[in-house]
Design a protein around this ligand. Structure first.
Ligand code: SAM
Length: 243
């Protein structure tokens, strides 16, 4: 297990922390670059509050940390330098209030109900409030295979199937199947979507221009969209991608 977390777990107090063991490597790999910076972090799901001091120690004193939970008892778990807000992660009005008060967020981590419809609702309402360069993590995505959480193998309503569709949407520049597969503006800001065991990570990095090929020869560098053109990919040239 990664260093910060293996050390931290031995210093925990009576607050229960509950995470799958293989998540700590993902946290280290994805979140280390945010440490020691004045970032804004949001975690959905407090439970017994065990993750509150963990994230404070990991990100450092400059970070602003917000936690939300549907259970009013979680408010008492707030510690100095953190905010716990009470509400439903599937309620757009609540999420808009949270974003107005504490956003935009550099990192959003959904460890809430793990109900697929809730994960999707939170993602859709909070993605616009993710800062440039920010990460949105959804954990316990194995519930996408559990009917009791709105999942089931290849269930279209599951979060994993939603994430798979996001891969298509990210590539919607490259199609000429305009009617079947229209351009999706999320392609402009979804830099990548990474799938670990039970954790999906989406990264926001706005593209300043549509995809181009770089040709470099004899020190001369040119950009071209010809690779799309010659394959008959018309969508990227039809103005529907905003170019
Ligand atoms: C897995 S626990 C959170 C664990 C905590 N993040 C940790 O690391 O120790 C899930 C929490 O989500 C909360 N929850 C369940 N449904 C919710 C909803 N619709 N909106 C917000 N929170 C919800 C539960 O009350 C519970 O405290």
């Amino acid at each position: 297990m990664a260093d910060f977390f293996s050390d931290y777990l031995k210093t925990t107090d009576e607050r229960l922390l509950s995470k799958w063991a293989h998540y700590f490597d993902v946290y280290t790999r994805e979140l280390t670059r945010f440490r020691g910076r004045p970032i804004s972090f949001l975690e959905i799901g407090v439970f017994r509050g065990g993750s509150i001091p963990m994230w404070k120690g990991f990100f450092g004193d400059q970070a602003r940390l917000t936690f939300i939970d549907i259970d009013p008892a979680c408010k008492a778990l707030e510690i100095p330098g953190t905010s716990v807000e009470i509400g439903n992660q599937a309620d757009p009005a609540f999420l808009a209030d949270i974003a107005a008060k504490h956003g935009p967020f550099d990192v959003i981590l959904d460890d809430g109900s793990h109900v697929c419809a809730h994960q999707i609702a939170s993602y859709e309402n909070l993605w616009p409030h993710l800062a440039e360069g920010g990460l949105y993590l959804v954990e316990d995505c194995h519930t996408s295979y559990w009917p009791g959480f709105g999942g089931g193998y290849r269930n279209e309503a599951s979060f994993i199937e939603y994430a798979k569709r996001m891969i298509d949407r990210m590539h919607s520049w490259y199609t000429d199947q305009d009617a079947l597969f229209p351009f999706d503006p999320i392609a402009k800001e979804l830099h990548s979507i990474r799938c670990y065991d039970s954790i999906v990570v989406a990264e926001k990095r706005t593209k300043t221009m549509p995809p181009t090929t770089i040709y470099a020869q004899n020190g001369k560098v040119t950009r071209s969209r010809r690779a799309l053109e010659i394959r008959g990919r018309k969508s990227a040239f039809a103005g529907k991608d905003g170019t």
